[in-house]
Ligand binder design. Structure first.
Ligand code: PMP
Length: 348
């Protein structure tokens, strides 16, 4: 990408009013809350999905990216021509790269090499400086998280977004996602169900919903291979099994998740996640990623424990496009022994 693309955008003397959105950054958020009519009818409870895949960067992480960058700007740590460094499963990097392009910052994005290939392609297309490292456990110094920290420390004028420990991530959801859900439901919902990658979404939304009504249940949806289900249920971190889910599940307690007002947790296996992903596109016309499908499974299962007619809100984190070579690829499904078979919702 030519250097001049990264110049600082001059303050526009435009008139932005009515239904207009002010640039890429202004187009983040205010996503629709979509009722899932067939699923809701089948279980006798209303399941509502916050359509985060409709953010301009295609995922819920656009909100965290905006929140983190605006926080650095407000603290004077990021100035024109500056560099943002982050380690990410992909979506946070995508959000940071696009907000960065719109605001005049460079991005260095570090990713492990085991994520869906589509996400690397998107980051390269956006002009991010992408560094792919071998996937390694967090305890290994070669892990993408530690590599991002080292790069940020070695790069003059750079900031490390640090989405796991930087609570500007959670604050963005407390300030935007949570209040939007309250406005869209008239404040009337029984539960909010979401998986955690950094915990920013569940913690921030949870805080906003609890401040409105402490009776709203905040429920973690966790894949196998994550320690959070055990942490919510027993207070100790313990991992069981594994998952192909991307962007969710974590084995340690990070600042964004720490202290989140979580009442309960459900664990969902990959088979149910894949069945739901394919059911959602076939029956509801919603083409989403694995974490969104896992969220919907958990939301439906939790809703069934509540009185008939209850409303449960969850997050449709990102779209299916960026997983076409995996979750929606017949060969990949066969190789991973998760070929969807169900013609109905019996897998719930
Ligand atoms: N789903 C996907 C696809 C993601 O990339 C992420 C972020 N890592 C999440 C869900 C979880 O969001 P959060 O980091 O706010 O917990």
């Amino acid at each position: 990408m030519p250097d001049d693309v990264h110049r600082t955008v001059p303050k526009p003397s435009l008139t932005i009013d009515g239904e207009m959105r002010d640039g890429f950054v202004g187009a983040i958020g205010n996503t629709p809350l979509i009722a899932l009519p067939k699923l809701s009818a089948a279980i006798g409870r209303t399941i509502l999905g916050k359509a985060e895949f409709l953010n301009p960067g295609g995922s819920v992480k656009d909100r965290a990216a905006r929140g983190i960058i605006e926080d650095f700007e407000a603290r004077g740590m990021l100035v024109a021509g500056g560099t943002i460094v982050e380690g990410t499963a992909g979506n946070t990097g995508i959000g940071l790269a696009l907000v960065g392009n719109a605001r005049g910052y460079r991005t260095i994005i570090v990713m492990p090499d085991d994520q869906a290939p589509e996400k690397y392609g998107l980051l390269r297309a956006y002009g991010a400086d992408l560094r792919v490292v071998a996937a390694a456990p967090f305890t290994n110094d070669a892990n993408y998280y530690h590599e991002a920290r080292r790069i940020a420390q070695a790069t003059p004028g750079a900031v490390w977004a640090n989405q796991f420990e930087n609570t500007a991530n959670r604050d963005a959801h407390e300030r935007t996602t949570g209040p939007e859900i309250l406005a869209q439901t008239g404040g009337s919902l029984a539960a909010f169900v979401a998986a955690a990658g950094t915990g920013g979404t569940i913690a921030g939304v949870g805080r906003a919903l609890k401040a409105h009504d402490p009776g709203i249940r905040i429920v973690l949806a966790d894949p196998y291979g994550s320690a959070l289900y055990s942490y919510v249920k027993t207070g100790t971190l313990a991992v069981e099994g594994d998952s192909n889910a991307e962007g969710i599940g974590i084995k340690r307690i990070v600042a964004n998740f720490d202290g989140a007002p979580v009442d309960d947790a459900l664990r969902v296996d990959d088979a149910a996640m894949v069945e739901m992903a394919h059911w959602l596109v076939r029956e509801e016309g919603l083409f989403v990623g694995g974490s969104a499908a896992l969220n919907v499974v958990a939301a439906a299962r939790y809703a069934r424990t509540l009185p008939a007619g209850s409303r449960v809100v969850t997050i449709l984190c990102d779209g299916g496009d960026r997983y076409r070579s995996r979750l929606y690829d017949a060969e990949w499904l066969r190789a991973n022994e998760v070929v969807p078979k169900a013609r109905d919702l019996s897998f719930l």
